[in-house]
Design a protein around this ligand. Structure first.
Ligand SMILES: Nc1ncnc2c1ncn2[C@@H]1O[C@H](COP(=O)(O)OP(=O)(O)OP(=O)(O)O)[C@@H](O)[C@H]1O
Length: 271
């Protein structure tokens, strides 16, 4: 039996179609995807191919219509309690300060207030926000809110981190800083990461493996590339190396047609 951190076998997800409510739409089908403990895996693919759907399956937020999800060898039933999440959208509670946001998950788990505050304070410092814990989300920049979200996720010390385009709303400089910081924090603790992104450069720069999904319907992985660029990496610097460019060309050769198919489908939906 596989003891991968995440092991999706033969996963299919069928929804009632958003465009035609009487019909059903199979977003993903026949998906086998594993993330080993300590491995950083990115999933790329055309818009609407089912990347977030797979993440939701791994999170236990969505039960697959077919197939199975196992977490460290155990069948996943209900919410994946070994995982922490970071989504594209804001996850901070606007009525709580930064530190109160970071503490919330610990308090929910029954950690006493003082201990929770100490751990939250420590994580705020590690993400570069020491001394800013008393700010409310509306008093923070987009980058500070992301850092706070990162602290909120990591303070719970999850074995698996699920990230769905966490930095897409950030400007390019802040984004590169955050990507490097995530890599540094990941290198310290080596959690399993499943990272969803539209951005092939980001996927290659961050990951051990990049999985390419086909265009929908019934998307499935059609490419699986080991990223053999040495670590530690600086996400901006690696993009100029010959190996990065080779990998980029090889992956883009697979991804390009799917992106075009995905784009055509979007146009048909709009027409
Ligand atoms: N709850 C749902 N009900 C109906 N259709 C859904 C539901 N969730 C997802 N879908 C459809 O399944 C497909 C895959 O969606 P998903 O959000 O997983 O794609 P994605 O690859 O993450 O997209 P993007 O790259 O644009 O973020 C889309 O066509 C979407 O409309």
């Amino acid at each position: 039996m596989s003891s991968a951190a995440i092991d999706l076998q033969g996963v299919a997800c069928t929804f009632v179609s958003k465009d035609a409510p009487g019909q059903r739409y199979t977003a993903v089908e026949g998906v086998d995807l594993q993330v080993q403990a300590g491995e950083f895996v990115s999933v790329v693919g055309p818009t609407g191919c089912g990347k977030s759907t797979l993440l939701n399956v791994a999170a236990g937020l969505l039960e697959p219509s077919k197939g199975s999800a196992r977490i460290f060898g155990e069948p996943l039933t209900g919410i994946n309690t070994r995982a922490g999440y970071m989504f594209q959208s804001e996850s901070l509670m606007p009525w709580r300060t930064g530190i109160q946001n970071v503490m919330a998950g610990l308090q929910f788990r029954g950690v006493p207030e003082r201990q929770a505050r100490e751990q939250a304070d420590d994580w705020l410092r590690r993400v570069g926000l020491g001394g800013f814990g008393d700010r409310y989300p509306h008093q923070m920049s987009g980058g500070m809110r992301k850092r706070t979200s990162l602290a909120q996720t990591l303070v719970l010390d999850p074995d698996i981190i699920l990230m769905d385009e966490p930095f897409s709303a950030l400007d390019i400089q802040t984004r590169q800083l955050m990507e490097n910081e995530v890599l540094q924090l990941w290198a310290e603790k080596k959690k399993a990461v499943l990272f969803i992104t539209h951005d092939l450069d980001e996927a290659i720069a961050m990951s051990d493996r990049v999985v390419v999904m086909s265009a929908g319907p019934a998307s499935r992985p059609i490419g699986d590339f080991a990223i053999d660029i040495p670590r530690p990496r600086d996400v901006a610097e690696v993009k100029t190396t010959p190996r990065f460019l080779e990998l980029h060309a090889a992956i883009w050769a697979v991804l390009r047609d799917e992106v075009l198919k995905g784009y055509q489908q979007q146009l048909r939906k709009v027409a």
